[in-house]
Write a protein that binds this ligand. Structure first.
Ligand code: C2E
Ligand code: CA
Ligand code: CA
Ligand code: CA
Length: 275
C-alpha cells in the first residue's frame, strides 16, 4: 500500500509538472500575442429596455492563438493579470474600442472591461484620455466596467483612479453585480454611473421569487442614486420582460445578440435594429 501511495504521489507530481509547463508555455505565447496581432475585440449589443433600440456595445476580447485556435478571456485574462501583461493588453483594448467607436454615431456607446491591476496604475486616466482624443470620441461614449474586486486591494488608490476617470467624463459601471462580494455600500461611492446585474442572477430570477425580490430592491436603490441599470445575460423573452418591468433601463444578452466582430456590429448600427 505504501509503494502504491508513493506511486500516486509521483503521478501527481508529474501531472503538476506538466500543468506548470503548459502554463509557462501559455505565458510565453501570451507575451507574443500582442505584437503578433492575435487579439480581436468582439462587440455585444446593449439595447434600451423601453423600445429595444441599440444603444451601445460591450467590447469583449478574443485571443486567436496560431496553434490552439480561439481562447476565451476566462482562460487567459487571469494569467495576463498575474504576469502584469494586462497593463499593455488593457491599453490596447481601450485604444481598439475607441477606434471602433469612431466609426459609429455619437449615440452608440462602447464599454470596456478593466482588471483590478489596471486601476493601480495612476497612468490609466492619461492613456484613456489620449485614446479618446486620438479618435475624437466624446468621453461620455466610453464606459469602463469594473467589478467589486477592485476594492479588495488598494481601495483608496483604486477609488482615486476611478474618480479621475470620472472627471474625464467617461462612465464607470459596477459589473457582475449579484455575484461574489456584492455590497450595496459600493453603490453609494458616487463613482459609478451604472450597475450591471449579473447574468446568473438574472436567470436565477426565472426560478426563484426571492431573487426577484432582491433584484427589485437593488433596482429601486440604484434608481434612487440615479444610476443606469443594465441586466446582463438575458436569454429569453421572459427574462427580458421581467427585467424591463422591474425597472432595468438596458438589456444585454443572447436574446438581442451574441458578441460579434466589428463589421457585423457596424452593420447592426447601420440597420439601427435588433441583432
Ligand atoms: P463579463 O464582463 O461579465 O462579460 C459578459 C460575458 O457573458 C461574456 O463572456 C459574454 O459573451 C457572456 N454573455 C453575454 N450574454 C450572455 C447570455 O445571454 N448568456 C450567457 N450564458 N452568457 C452571456 P466572455 O466574452 O467569454 O467574457 C468573459 C469575461 O472575460 C468577461 O465577463 C470579462 O470579465 C472578461 N473579459 C472579456 N474581455 C475582457 C477585456 O478586454 N479585459 C478584461 N480585463 N476582461 C475581459
Ligand atoms: Ca463586463
Ligand atoms: Ca458582467
Ligand atoms: Ca463576468
Amino acid at each position: 500500500a505504501k509503494a502504491r501511495g508513493r506511486g500516486m504521489c509521483c503521478a501527481f507530481d508529474a501531472s503538476m509538472q506538466k500543468e506548470a509547463e503548459q502554463r509557462l508555455r501559455l505565458e510565453e505565447d501570451l507575451r507574443h500575442a500582442l505584437p503578433g496581432n492575435q487579439f480581436r475585440l468582439t462587440y455585444q449589443p446593449l439595447v434600451r429596455a423601453s423600445d429595444q433600440r441599440l444603444v451601445g456595445f460591450e467590447a469583449l476580447i478574443r485571443w486567436h492563438h496560431p496553434v490552439r485556435g480561439l481562447i476565451s478571456p476566462l482562460d487567459f485574462i487571469p494569467l495576463a493579470e498575474e504576469t502584469g501583461i494586462i497593463t499593455h493588453l488593457g491599453d490596447w483594448v481601450i485604444e481598439e474600442a475607441c477606434r471602433a467607436a469612431a466609426h459609429w454615431p455619437d449615440h452608440i456607446s462602447v464599454a470596456v472591461n478593466l482588471s483590478p491591476r489596471q486601476l493601480v496604475l495612476p497612468a490609466l486616466p492619461n492613456a484613456v484620455s489620449e485614446s479618446l482624443t486620438r479618435h475624437r470620441i466624446k468621453p461620455n461614449r466610453l464606459e469602463l466596467e469594473v467589478t467589486e474586486s477592485v476594492f479588495l486591494g488598494d481601495t483608496h488608490g483604486a477609488l482615486d483612479v476611478l474618480r479621475r476617470l470620472r472627471q474625464l467624463g467617461v462612465g464607470i459601471a459596477l459589473d457582475d453585480f449579484g455575484t461574489g462580494y456584492s455590497s450595496l455600500g459600493y453603490l453609494n461611492k458616487t463613482v459609478f454611473h451604472k450597475l450591471k446585474i449579473d447574468g446568473s442572477f438574472v436567470r436565477e430570477a426565472a426560478k426563484n421569487k426571492e431573487t426577484v425580490a432582491i433584484i427589485q430592491s437593488i433596482v429601486t436603490l440604484a434608481n434612487s442614486f440615479r444610476m443606469t441599470i443594465t441586466a446582463e445575460g438575458v436569454e429569453t423573452m421572459a427574462d427580458f420582460e421581467r427585467m424591463r418591468d422591474m425597472g432595468c433601463h438596458q438589456i444585454q444578452g443572447y436574446l438581442f445578440g451574441r458578441p460579434m466582430d466589428f463589421d457585423k456590429a457596424t452593420e447592426l448600427v447601420r440597420g439601427g435594429g435588433n441583432a
